[in-house]
Design a protein around this ligand. Structure first.
Ligand SMILES: Cc1ncc(COP(=O)(O)O)c(C=O)c1O
Length: 393
């Protein structure tokens, strides 16, 4: 396909009966099979043609034996990161993971010891909590602060909770669900604090391709050579190109010792092999994905503007935290002065809309809901109309 291909993000595709977590688990999770699913971070857009074609082509060989990562896998990552984020990385820095969450868990296990303290910054993507606590480490919370409608890192509090037992920071950049793209200055500050206190940074950058202008994503490890020595970066094409079911992501680390420890775990668990179709998809996405991604970003931005205008005009008590990145909107319901039970009833039973209750994201999540707007505008319109009916009575 030429660069001029226009993609149709308005197309509504029936995803029912495809073993889709988003669609086929609705009865189980929400007690209602027909709620409009706006919760899990999985978009409703078709996978771009060049990715489908790469997978199709590989199926034609009709043998799917054990595989390994090709030069092409690493080169596609190197080129993509250079082109999209201006960070120069080398082949030797790249490893694999069957998902970013598995990588977070392996990094915690391989680079810290039971009982060590690990910092998280809630409200944050909740598997961060599991990566600390399920692995017998102690969680230290450095809650983000909401200042004039925008989230900030509480650096003073961060320094106050650090002691010699703190060994790692699980850093979400850009941040889900608070939708911040951290500035270079903020990243420098984080880096300096971690360098000063011998704290490793695990930088989950899964949302780094989904950044809205004029914001710019800076990979944490690109800030300085010293910071890159203590940082392990997790990326994936799964959010950007909607490929979560292919379980293919990458771990990048310049520090050989750290990467060696990570790789040992990966190999001990027999996880380094990877998935043939995931590799094909990642390569096609990173080699050919610019045009599609640029159009996706435009579509998401117009969805965001649509939600923002609609809420201001029709449901002003629900406030949108202005998103700088991701297709996940963080909505402040606090002004409605409703209980959690009341909100749940209005959302699920009355409006027929499934959002993610902010409480799952930990401290600071109470009173908020996360809404996935990676869907055709027609669906979004229906959701907003339903919300207006129930939340403005
Ligand atoms: C910050 C963040 N990290 C990781 C993931 C999931 O990664 P994976 O599906 O590769 O395990 C998500 C999914 O929403 C996410 O928001």
């Amino acid at each position: 396909m030429s660069k001029l291909t226009r993609y149709n993000f308005d197309e509504i595709i029936n995803r029912e009966k495809t073993n889709s977590v988003k669609y086929d688990l609705r009865s189980k999770l929400f007690g209602k099979a027909d709620v409009i699913p706006m919760w899990v971070a999985d978009m409703d857009f078709k996978t771009p043609d060049f990715i489908v074609e790469a997978i199709r082509k590989r199926t034609e060989h009709e043998i799917f034996g054990y595989t390994f990562r090709s030069e092409g896998f690493c080169n596609s990552i190197i080129n993509w990161i250079q082109k999209r984020h201006g960070w120069t990385i080398e082949k030797e820095w790249i490893s694999f993971s069957p998902g970013v969450v598995p990588a977070l868990n392996i990094l915690v296990q391989s680079l810290t010891k039971p009982g060590d303290k690990i910092i998280v910054q809630p409200p944050v993507y909740f598997p961060f909590f599991g990566a600390v606590e399920n692995n017998g480490r102690k969680m230290v919370e450095n809650q983000l602060k909401l200042v004039n409608g925008r989230y900030e890192i509480d650096f003073e509090h961060l320094e106050s909770v650090i002691d010699t037992d703190v060994k790692m920071l699980l850093f979400c950049s850009p941040h889900n669900p608070c939708s911040r793209v951290w500035t270079k200055e903020e990243l420098e500050k984080i880096g300096d604090i971690c360098l000063k206190n011998n704290i490793l940074i695990v930088s989950d950058e899964i949302h780094s391709d989904l950044v809205f202008k004029p914001n710019k994503h800076f990979p944490t490890a690109s800030i300085s050579k010293q910071i890159s020595d203590i940082t392990i970066t997790c990326i994936a094409p799964s959010k950007t190109f909607n490929l979560a079911g292919l379980h293919t992501s990458a771990v990048i680390c310049r520090n050989k010792e750290l990467l060696k420890k990570y790789n040992k775990f990966l190999e001990d668990f027999h996880l380094s092999g990877g998935n043939i179709f995931g590799f094909e998809a990642l390569e096609a996405a990173y080699n050919q994905g610019d045009g599609w991604l640029n159009q996706l970003l435009e579509y998401l931005q117009s969805n965001i503007n649509f939600v923002d205008d609609y809420l201001q005009q029709n449901i002003p008590k629900i406030k949108l935290i202005k998103p700088e990145a991701t297709f996940l909107l963080w909505l402040d319901f606090r002004e409605l002065k409703l209980t959690n039970k009341e909100i749940k009833k209005l959302l699920i039973e009355k409006a027929g809309v499934a959002l993610f209750d902010g409480r799952i994201f930990g401290k600071g999540g109470e009173g908020f809901q996360r809404m996935n707007i990676g869907c055709p505008k027609e669906v979004l319109e229906k959701v907003l109309i339903n919300l207006k009916v129930e939340f403005t009575k």
